[in-house]
Design a protein around this ligand. Sequence first.
Ligand code: URA
Length: 235
Amino acid sequence: MAIHSLCRIISKLGIMSRNQAEKIILEGKVCVNDKKITKPKFRVDIVKDKLSIDNKTVSSKKKIYYLLNKPEKVVTTRFDPEKRKTVYDFVKVDSWIFPVGRLDYDTSGLLIMTNDSRLAEHITNPSSAIWKTYIAKVKGKVNDNLVKRLEQGVNLNEGKTLYAKIKLISSADNSTRISISIHEGKNRQIKRMFQSLGIKVLSLKRIAIGNIQDDFLKPGQYRELTSKELKMLEQ
Ligand code: URA
């Protein structure tokens, strides 16, 4: 990647889609060498030119990695038309970072934020087999037959889900707690997997990304990934 249109460079960096990039350029949120540029086709050399969005430098050189414990009622985007709280209200750093994958507004738990689009692609690509583990509280009792069906894959609009690892944790008050690990990231995948079997998810929390876990990170807190954690993710 060297000289391309501003719009293409922003989308290639893995920050946002081309349409979103075009929108924020037109809105005057993007500067090249500290000068506001409102033309999506403006030519930029990503090596030589300094790019910033919303006054934050977008760097493709120094890679940074954070782990956020996303609270519920927070969106995983920067620009929310409904002006709800976003993950950027919690992770306040000078460089431009983006979330690796997405947690729904009402889902809590671990979310990696980085400026490294290569690692982000590796983590989200199903062939990397980086398992993401969630604890789901669902309505009603879940029997072994349903567990088997979830494990073996259920049909969603886009096709059948890949093998999932399921463990029943506990049952009480007409609800069941289940651990579910998947290594793909279809939109609202877990809720739709349960929904396809007529089961309603009452709450959802991501507790692990690969081997990365952190029981001490409180909702809303974040920290840098350690080099050991990064190595585990890169494998
Ligand atoms: N699956 C879902 O349904 N929602 C999330 O936020 C993550 C995975």
